[in-house]
Write a protein that binds this ligand. Structure first.
Ligand code: NAD
Length: 496
């Protein structure tokens, strides 16, 4: 299939962006679509319909979209490409509260029997149900039409089921694309290539050779204008249930038999189901909850979460968990995961810490190997190996650690005309896959439910133990209890 043919070559493709005037759409989705267009990935006759409550008209909407694209990718867009992109777009003002939502959209779409429609619901999840009902009533849900939905998919297992049921009423599972934008990141996709495209790692990828795994997603920003949403969710629901656990799945899963969506997702869900339950008996030693207090982060003084909210709160802005996967490959290998806001640096990193040598002929100089997979701020993979320190010494051979580095940005440097290389938005890959009907990098319902089952158990244990978040000064790596998680095992997070 050519890059621009789409999955249903005979039908005209229409991308319906519901919530087209919103923050996510302007920052991520429109720039992604524009770059897909510029790079020739959109079929020539693909139309894009922006649907939102605002009655701003197509001209104003398209101007705003143009500004959003140039503010993100001004260096890399050309006026011709942007002008062609703008011509694809029509804005339709429709309020989900009104019964004529579906019929009006249908009138705009035209001959729906010959269309291949991809809906992207970039709206609050509370609107998924009414919008899916509108789509269904108007008969716009028939195959091959499909729907993309965004997190949060619920705030626990029960509410995720309600959301998934309401979407499932209109769209079959294989036509429901649940985005976890981490899965669209180049380095995250590279995890699959690294693990299953090389022979060298697999024999060592287990508890015999790996001492422990660390996964960190650190943000320097606070909750800012998302406080209303965030206070209901906290770090465990907002970040750990989805992004951190998806990274863990890709790291820990068994080799799939093929790169097909079900083969991949079958293996991922097995990891989630194998996570050892955290209960009231072990929650105090296996988890840490924190909330940022006054301090200095992201280059600014921070008043603290409760001061920003203006009232007391038990919502955690930081969570760290020592997890274990109860299967033959991983039993006994701790996995330390942490994420939080107002931390000292904006980093997403995975550390695979190998075990020390069983017997070192070099004495304590021989450090254990470490594989560092960095997703942010730069995408980079490096393997620390021990080398002989160059030169002569009277004591003989000395060792020094040396990083074997694969800087992705340098390795695949596509900079042209003196411009720096363009960093893709994760949504570019995911929107392209959805247009092509490939849902391998989207989250299946059973994955969402298995992740919630595990996370619900932790939250229940927190309540049973009355475990409130501990304060940490903004600009530090979380509360003291987070450091103890790994220090109790005689380790430390590699960059603390
Ligand atoms: P937003 O509030 O900025 O935009 C919401 C959009 O929905 C607007 O276009 C608005 O017109 C439309 N809308 C609202 N009520 C409507 C109604 N009754 N009928 C029709 N349209 C209506 O929200 P956002 O920040 O863009 O977030 C959209 C979704 O993406 C949410 O589910 C959010 O949780 C999720 N999300 C957002 C971000 C982000 O960075 N903004 C990140 C991850 C997930």
């Amino acid at each position: 299939m050519s890059a621009s043919s789409g999955s249903n070559g005979a039908r005209q493709q229409v991308f319906v962006l519901v919530g087209g005037t919103g923050d996510l759409a302007m920052r991520m989705l429109w720039p992604s679509l524009a770059m897909l267009d510029q790079e020739g990935f959109l079929a020539d006759n693909l139309r894009i319909i922006s649907v939102a409550r605002e009655d701003c008209g197509t001209e104003v909407c398209v101007d705003r979209i143009g500004n959003a694209v140039t503010s993100r990718f001004g260096q890399w867009t050309t006026p011709e490409a942007l002008s062609r992109f703008r011509k694809r777009i029509v804005h339709v003002a429709l309020d989900a509260a009104h019964d004529d939502w579906g019929s009006k959209l249908k009138a705009e779409l035209g001959d729906v029997e010959h269309l291949d429609i991809v809906f992207f619901l970039s709206v609050s999840p509370s609107l998924f149900k009414p919008i899916c009902e509108h789509i269904e009533r108007a008969g716009l849900n028939k195959a091959p039409n499909r729907v993309i939905i965004e997190k949060p998919i619920g705030r626990d297992l029960a509410t995720s089921k309600v959301i998934n049921d309401s979407v499932a009423h209109a769209f079959a599972e294989d036509r429901t694309f649940r985005i976890d934008h981490y899965l669209g990141k180049e380095t995250v996709q590279n995890l699959i290539a690294l693990r299953f495209g090389n022979m060298v790692f697999e024999p060592l990828w287990n508890s015999q050779s790996i001492d422990h795994i660390q996964i960190t997603i650190a943000e320097t920003v606070g909750v800012a204008d998302r406080l209303g949403y965030y206070d209901e969710y906290g770090a465990i629901r907002d970040m750990l249930q989805n992004h951190l656990l998806q990274l863990l799945c890709l790291l820990a899963m068994e080799p799939p038999s093929a790169l097909t969506s079900d083969a991949l997702r079958d293996e991922k869900v097995k990891v989630l189901r194998s996570l050892k339950a955290i209960t009231a008996e072990n929650v105090l030693t296996n988890t840490a909850r924190g909330q940022y207090g006054p301090g200095f982060a992201d280059g600014h003084p921070v008043a603290g979460y409760e001061a920003e909210k203006g009232s007391p709160s038990n919502t955690e802005t930081f969570v760290a968990i020592k997890a274990e996967i109860a299967n033959w490959r991983w039993a006994g290998t701790p996995i330390y995961m942490r994420t939080g806001k107002c931390l000292p640096s904006r980093t997403t990193e995975i550390v695979i810490q190998f075990k020390p040598l069983p017997h070192s002929i070099f004495g304590p100089e021989a450090q254990a190997n470490r594989l560092l997979i960095r997703l942010q701020p730069e995408e980079d993979i490096s393997l620390t190996l021990m080398n002989k320190a160059p030169g002569l010494t009277s004591e003989g051979v000395h060792l020094q650690p040396l990083d074997l580095s694969l800087s992705l940005i340098k390795a695949f440097d596509d900079s042209k005309d003196g411009k720096p290389p363009r960093r893709r938005i994760a949504y570019e890959r995911l929107i392209l896959d959805a247009l092509n009907g490939n849902n391998a990098q989207f989250v299946r319902r059973d994955e969402v439910e298995a992740a919630w089952t595990w996370v619900d158990g932790i939250i229940k244990a927190w309540h049973e133990k009355d475990m409130k978040p501990q304060k940490y000064p903004a600009g530090t790596f979380g509360p003291v209890s987070a450091f103890s998680l790994i220090e109790r095992d005689n380790g430390r997070m590699w960059n603390d």
